[in-house]
Ligand binder design. Structure first.
Ligand code: SIN
Ligand code: FE2
Length: 199
């Protein structure tokens, strides 16, 4: 089922259980090479999500600001974006251009992500594709300018969101997760993968 909310294209239940497990296995291989870490915000407070990445670039944040970097904090290059994940990009965008970053966010029971725009990429005409796995997350969608009315939807394991067109620069965030709502991750929590064209 595909929903449209403020230009956000929400493919509910795009990934069946087997596809979710396949992506989870691929994510585990990435995380074995590039362990999760907790970045600092430019304001000095650590983010509540833990992050890592795959691709030529990974998204990164510290006191110097938000940016894309070619290596994990360990100094090693990021692992390649798994083929299963690239297939989802191709399926939902039908683009020849491939993403260069797969940011992987892990939300523990108390993690959240404040409303923000994705605007650290060089060219913002390309969509951002988000894949949700594990516990449900309350995803809030706003406007291209700060403030105003917002709408929220619970994203569940296997849901895929395309943020393109009017939604590409729209504010969005995750208010909270619903711990224990999925059994995909043995220790619980929520994984979100976002695919971005960076350069
Ligand atoms: C993000 O905006 O980077 C994450 C969105 C989500 O976790 O669903
Ligand atoms: Fe985002």
């Amino acid at each position: 089922m595909k929903l449209q909310v403020r230009g956000f294209e929400i493919h509910k239940g795009l990934l069946d259980a087997a596809a979710q497990r396949g992506i989870l296995d691929a994510v585990r291989k990435v995380v074995a090479q590039a362990p999760f870490f907790r970045p600092d915000t430019p304001y000095g407070k650590p983010m509540s999500v833990r992050i890592t990445a795959a691709g030529v670039y990974g998204w990164f944040s510290d006191k110097a600001g938000y940016r894309y970097v070619p290596a994990h904090p360990s100094g090693k290059p990021w692992p390649a974006i798994p083929g299963e994940v690239l297939s989802i990009w191709s399926q939902v965008t039908a683009l020849d251009r491939m993403p260069e970053c797969c940011l992987i966010n892990y939300y523990g029971p108390d993690a959240r992500m404040g409303l923000h725009q994705d605007r650290d990429e060089a060219e913002m005409q390309w969509p951002v594709v988000s894949i949700s796995l594990g516990d449900d997350g309350l995803f809030r969608m706003g406007n291209v300018t700060r403030g105003g009315k917002t709408e929220s939807i619970w994203l569940q394991s296997g849901d895929v969101v395309v943020m393109g067109g009017d939604a590409r620069l729209a504010y969005h965030g995750v208010d909270r997760i619903r711990p224990g709502s999925s059994r995909l991750l043995p220790k619980g929590g929520r994984l979100n993968l976002t695919l971005r064209v960076v350069t």
